[in-house]
Design a protein around this ligand. Structure first.
Ligand SMILES: [Zn+2]
Length: 121
């Protein structure tokens, strides 16, 4: 990684990365996004190859995350969706349920119908 000082405070970093198709490529900090998962603390970085436009995502150790962020790469923190912690009770949705739901949606009063069937369940 090289850094060029372009003025008093503006630092543009050249980030060397590799594309699975093109091999070694050069990016600037604006081309890369660092992603950190708040749930398991796993880091990764993502970019679009400037040559072939392929979207590339690679895992990154925390020191690489810190290094990229220190050169001005945008950090995006995400977490697993809360739905993963939901308790799912009752039978799984079947194809028949889906077809029935489709017919219910075609009826005018589908909201009342669905609310009514939920309360009865
Ligand atoms: Zn490429």
């Amino acid at each position: 990684m090289e850094q060029q000082d372009l003025g008093r405070e503006m630092v543009v970093a050249t980030i060397r990365a590799s594309c699975p198709t093109c091999g070694d490529i050069e990016l600037t900090s604006g081309d890369v996004t660092v992603l950190v998962c708040a749930t398991n603390n796993q880091g990764s970085y993502a970019f679009q190859c400037p040559t072939c436009r392929l979207a590339v995502s690679k895992p990154a150790e925390s020191r690489v995350v810190d290094l990229l962020v220190s050169t001005g790469v945008k950090l995006s923190v995400w977490q697993f969706p809360a739905e993963l912690d939901e308790v799912h009770e009752g039978p799984a949705l079947t194809t028949d349920d889906l077809i029935e739901f489709h017919f219910q949606l075609e009826r005018g009063n589908w909201e009342e119908h669905i609310r009514g069937s939920t309360e009865m369940a």
